[in-house]
Design a protein around this ligand. Structure first.
Ligand code: ADP
Ligand code: MG
Length: 375
């Protein structure tokens, strides 16, 4: 189906209107007795945006989605869809589609009956249901599959049907809670791209949940990193990777080194960190951190290179010993023990001109001061 046909199906033939809704969480809290599942969450999600809630198990992602869907009631705060508070709107009238990892299809119903279910709930005519079902199956790449039973489909096809069922009533918001979690890596990667393409085609606002940071980086316009019910940072994938606001974010997204030390001085542009047994390292200053604060200097492994003697301005240089080396095909991953005992991981591309080191070799490594962050 073409994008134009889709817009016609969705009542927006010119594609002028924003099809997705704006979603605002305003200081939302959810307690279960003494457990604070969601703690003062505020998010402003733009119409048509693809936002991912990313965090470890138990961080409050599902609870956050359930409150938007209407299956849980916030203890405090308000949620708005297109500027209307939704607290008083029952779930079935919120016009929100949902796909869950374990929200299986009804096994005794055909694909067509599964997809028709939300439309029957909305009392649509038989002819209209048949036509909508056919259109949405085409949209997810399963034209003509109406008569199949879920057991006759692969895992990936079943999730496509679940997506079709969630989209068939033209919701303005689509919630997806770990929808690819049960699929193998190759299929997961394919469906990630398919969901992204669907999003671009339809313009629906998607709020997606995953604990897989790579999946979040690939798919999202913006990512909210959750930890223990709190949002640690909300930003674009590149912001989170390059400018992690907290140690948790730096650790959870990509791989990071953390060198523990004490902030000794802050001259406005550059911060000095005194590292026990090693001396001073430098990083861009971070407002709000006073001298004497115990901090970590974080730097990504791919920013660190082995270098010859001599120190360049604007670089941190450390002499150490290779403690471990792992060959990973396109690169070698070194663990370097620094004076004072702390360790650094660096990744060296497997290509001409890059020197290889063995375990026990002395090594001198350096990185740009600008590539470090204080957390
Ligand atoms: N119905 C419930 N009763 C009590 N505690 C709950 C309930 N639902 C979730 N929790 C708790 O709230 C926290 C967040 O859970 P959840 O939102 O499911 O996290 P996630 O989806 O990120 O894994 C967890 O500590 C969980 O045990
Ligand atoms: Mg969950």
């Amino acid at each position: 189906m073409t994008a134009t046909a889709n817009r016609e199906m969705r009542g927006d033939p010119d594609g002028l209107g924003a099809l997705g809704a704006r979603v605002v969480f305003d200081r939302i809290e959810k307690r279960y007795g003494a457990v604070v599942a969601v703690n003062d969450v505020s998010l402003d999600i733009a119409p048509g945006e693809f936002v991912t809630l990313l965090g470890p198990s138990g961080s409050g992602k599902t609870t956050t989605l359930m409150m938007l869907a209407g299956f849980e009631i916030p203890t405090a705060g308000e949620i708005y869809v297109d500027d209307d508070p939704i607290a008083a709107v029952p779930p079935y009238r919120r016009n929100i589609g949902m796909v869950f990892q374990n929200y299986a299809l009804f096994p005794h119903m055909t694909v067509g009956e599964n997809i028709a279910f939300p439309l029957q709930m909305r009392r649509m005519s038989r002819a209209e249901i048949a036509s909508k079902t056919g259109e949405v199956l085409e949209l997810v790449g399963l034209p003509g599959y109406e008569g199949r039973y879920p057991r006759q489909l692969s895992g990936g096809q079943q999730q496509r049907v679940a997506v079709a069922r969630a989209l068939v009533f033209n919701p303005r918001v689509l919630l997806m809670d770990e929808p690819l979690g049960a699929l193998d890596k190759q299929l997961r990667e394919r469906l990630q791209l398919e969901i992204k393409a669907l999003h671009e085609q339809l313009g629906v606002t998607i709020i997606y949940v995953t604990h897989d940071q790579e999946e979040a980086l690939i798919m999202s316009d913006r990512i909210a990193v959750m930890n223990e019910g709190l949002i640690e940072q909300f930003g674009q994938p590149t912001d989170l990777y390059d400018e992690p606001a907290t140690r948790f974010v730096a650790d959870f997204i990509g791989e990071s080194n953390f060198i523990d030390g004490t902030l000794t001085q802050h001259d406005g542009a550059t911060a000095c960190v005194d590292v026990s047994g090693l001396g001073e390292l430098h990083a861009p200053a971070r407002p709000g951190y006073a001298a004497g604060t115990v901090v970590a200097l974080t730097v990504r492994p791919e920013k660190i290179v082995a270098a010859e003697n001599g120190s360049a301005p604007g670089m941190n240089a450390v002499a150490g010993v290779v403690e471990d080396v792992v060959f990973v095909g396109e690169m070698r991953r070194y663990v370097v023990r620094m004076p004072g005992g702390q360790r650094l991981v660096l990744k060296a591309q497997n290509r001409i001109g890059v020197q290889n080191f063995e375990r026990g070799d002395p090594i001198r490594v350096c990185w740009n001061v600008a590539d470090g962050r204080i957390v």
